[in-house]
Design a protein around this ligand. Structure first.
Ligand code: IVH
Length: 714
């Protein structure tokens, strides 16, 4: 190789220019502009240096992704690094000696769990990023098998964490992560918290026919976090003043790798099966992927529902595209589609490479991405004083909505990614939900772009900010800070908590700034004249506000507990506390041993410490003295037993909390997002995406009157 380059700079330059082209093609294959400039002319020395840099970077990102479940860059950016490295290693073999991460499987072993060796290796998938790549896969298999009558299955590519679950004589015995492909972390105790994962397989199919169970089978699947659960967790963390998670996959992986299964159980992980490893007897294996899916369902396991079959390259491509289009309606995180040869005997014929089968190909969807200008960085103060930087963007369309803000997570993140105010940045929708800034278009950086200086004082009360030594988070330590107060009130009145109608952010802000409300009971001390004294509050609306306050005195207990903003208490824990204690008095004096077993010791200690504070006890005493009498939820009828409702829009008479209360009292459940499992969508004025999703999925849509009729009919 050296000799080849030694022939003169002209040859080298010509070769380097060719490489510039190849790399450009590689980096634009996913349809997005490369963040890393790969089109510079490359000499062998530069190639070697770049290979070294890429290997270091990839190793660093692998460590963050697999071991810490906390990646710093998007999947697309990571994939680009890997593709650039693979292309360089191919073009400059001399620069590419030693082990390369470009063809490694990754390694998720953390050292915190016992290791378990898979009976059969867990491979990864080859990835494609373009129609041409996919057609290439089809052509290769057609040629290799010498026939064009092949059947393919196109499946969603779930974005979670690969696991191998072993059933012995139909009994769940072990769940192991992929690890390095040969051995992985034994996470059985944690996986057992997944409700949909049966401890025993069904030996009889629902139609009564025999459903043979192998002596032992390793089932391969993905543990993931449903999007509604991801949103719930983030919403609650936001309300609790904690940093939010950027991606459902990292949260799923981080959750599964928790050491305490009780913590795992608090987040509702899900699982889906898409393949198998070892199986004895071997005759128990299905002959096709379609048969596998049918068998998974018959065994009572969560299987894939939305797969399709295809017979030609055109059909494969349209199935992949159709699936890409349906992404916004999906209730789980996906990052692509997987195309698999259906026939198992033919799979055995084509075999596998070191790290992936030849009979399957993943197609990674390009993330929804836009480029826009970062106009400013503002800093928000949360309920617990957490300072969160927010990117204020020039509005840009992204995946069907207009994005004008994105979270920048924390101070360290801004410094690490060297994002400057005035820069043109790339915004992506991570996990289809939260817009995130994934990179800077350095080529468009102008002289006026400037480094953001993180405030050393709280932007709301000017108190010097503090940073706990072990945390990246920066906080305002002043508990009387008006921004924190406002947030605390906003949380209490929000529809997720006590749901007091009419108390919007502006009204709360005015009441705080004027010193009319300092503690939560002050809300119930507001008199007509206090409200009338505010600009823009007319007599009629003042009456309405007082009536709303009155009504809110009798909401369910868990809403008040949640609304108080106890440390680490989200709505799920608040419900557990309400069920356990039945009233506020009992909660205030509870000892650690009285708490529900589902709560973590640190959470319990936090609540006990909270109520040791005389100030916090006084809040509860005052609320009770002011007539707040929350009700413990008891199902009074069962007409909605097992029925799942989703609420959307504003109802004509009932508040959201009242409607929810009625549904719960009749034995029904209320969920945050529409899926095939939803029975009814209760829609009011201004219903948007949820109503549309209901129509797409054929879910019954009812109005308030119908809900009341159904309750009365009972
Ligand atoms: S098949 C031997 N099917 O994607 C090949 N994998 O990037 C086994 N994944 O490691 C994989 N959805 O964790 C397959 N429908 C699906 C999948 C899927 C998600 C994951 C899996 C795999 C990774 C490769």
């Amino acid at each position: 190789m050296i000799g080849f380059f030694g022939r003169g700079w002209a040859a080298a330059l010509c070769f380097a220019m060719m490489w510039a082209e190849v790399l450009r093609a590689v980096s634009s294959a996913s349809g997005v502009e490369a963040i890393i400039a790969t089109s510079t002319l490359l000499t062998p020395d530069k190639a070697r240096a770049r290979v070294d840099t890429l290997r270091r970077e990839i190793a660093h990102h692998d460590e963050l992704y697999y071991k810490k479940s906390a990646p710093e860059i998007s999947d697309a950016a990571y994939d680009r690094l890997k593709r650039e490295l693979a292309a360089l290693e191919k073009g400059f073999p001399a620069a590419a000696t030693g082990d390369s991460p470009s063809d490694s499987l990754g390694d998720d072993r953390t050292g915190a769990f016992p290791l378990y060796r898979h009976r059969e290796r867990m491979l990864s998938l080859d990835k494609s990023y373009s129609e041409a790549d996919l057609r290439g896969f089809y052509a290769r298999l057609t040629k290799q098998l010498g026939r064009a009558d092949l059947v393919y299955v196109v499946e969603p590519k779930f974005d979670g964490l690969a696991v191998s679950v072993t059933y012995q004589k139909g009994k769940l015995v072990r769940a192991v992560t992929r690890g390095n492909g040969l051995e992985g972390d034994d996470v059985t105790a944690n996986a057992r918290t997944i409700r949909a994962l049966p401890r025993e397989l069904r030996a009889t199919a629902p139609d009564g026919s025999a459903n043979p169970l192998p002596d032992v089978i390793e089932l391969r699947g993905e543990i993931y976090l449903p999007l509604a659960e991801f949103t719930r967790i983030n919403r609650e963390r936001e309300a609790a003043g904690e940093a939010t998670f950027a991606h459902p996959r990292n949260l799923a992986a981080g959750t599964l790798k928790q050491l305490d299964p009780r913590e795992v159980a608090e987040r509702k992980l899900a699982i889906v099966f898409y393949g198998w490893g070892a199986c004895a007897p071997i005759t128990a294996l299905p002959a096709t992927q379609r048969e596998f899916h049918a068998r998974v369902r018959a065994w009572g396991l969560p299987g894939l529902e939305n797969f399709s079959t295809a017979r030609t390259a055109d059909e494969i491509w349209s199935a992949v595209q159709a699936f890409d289009r349906s992404r916004p309606q999906l209730a789980f995180p996906v990052d692509g589609a997987v195309v698999k040869l259906d026939s198992v005997p033919l799979r055995n014929e084509v075999g596998a490479t070191e790290h992936a089968p030849r009979w399957a190909m993943a197609y990674k969807f390009s993330p929804d991405r836009a480029e826009t200008q970062l106009l400013a960085i503002t800093v928000q103060v949360g309920r617990t004083g957490l300072l969160t930087p927010v990117a204020e963007l020039a509005p840009v369309r992204l995946a069907g909505s207009t994005i004008a803000r994105a979270s920048l997570h924390n101070r360290a993140e801004i410094a690490r990614s060297d994002i400057r105010v005035g820069d043109f940045v790339y915004v992506e929708k991570a996990g289809e939900i939260i817009p995130a800034i994934v990179g800077v278009n350095v080529a468009r950086r102008s002289a006026t772009s400037h480094v953001f200086v993180f405030p050393t004082q709280c932007p709301a009360c000017q108190t010097a900010v503090v940073q706990a030594s072990a945390e990246v988070a920066v906080r305002c330590p002043n508990i009387d800070c008006p921004a924190q107060l406002t947030r605390r009130f906003q949380h209490f009145v929000s529809d997720a908590a006590v749901d007091i109608e009419g108390f919007g952010p502006a009204l709360i802000d005015t009441l705080v700034v004027r010193g009319r409300i300092k503690t939560i009971p002050d809300l119930y001390r507001l008199r007509l004249e206090d409200l009338l004294a505010l600009n823009g509050v007319a007599a009629k609306s003042a009456d309405r506000l007082l009536a709303a306050l009155d009504r809110s005195k009798h909401v369910e207990l868990w809403r008040v507990i949640y609304g108080l903003g106890l440390p680490q208490i989200g709505s799920v824990s608040a419900k557990a506390l309400a069920r356990k204690f039945g009233n506020l008095d009992a909660l205030v004096v509870a000892r650690p041993e009285d708490f529900p077993a589902t709560l973590r010791a640190t959470t319990i200690a936090g609540v006990v410490a909270y109520f040791k504070e005389p100030k916090n006890r006084a809040v509860v005493t005052d609320l009770l003295a002011l007539g707040v009498q929350p009700t413990a939820p008891v199902a009074t009828s069962t007409i909605f037993a097992g029925k799942i409702f989703v609420l959307t829009g504003t109802l004509p008479n009932l508040t959201r909390a009242q409607a929810e209360g009625k549904i719960l009292a009749a034995g029904g459940k209320v969920s945050g997002s529409v899926s095939r499992k939803t029975d009814y969508v209760l829609a009011g004025e201004g219903s948007g995406a949820k109503l549309e999703a209901a129509r797409t999925l054929g879910v019954a849509v009812i109005e308030e009157t119908r809900l009341l009729e159904m309750l009365e009919e009972n």
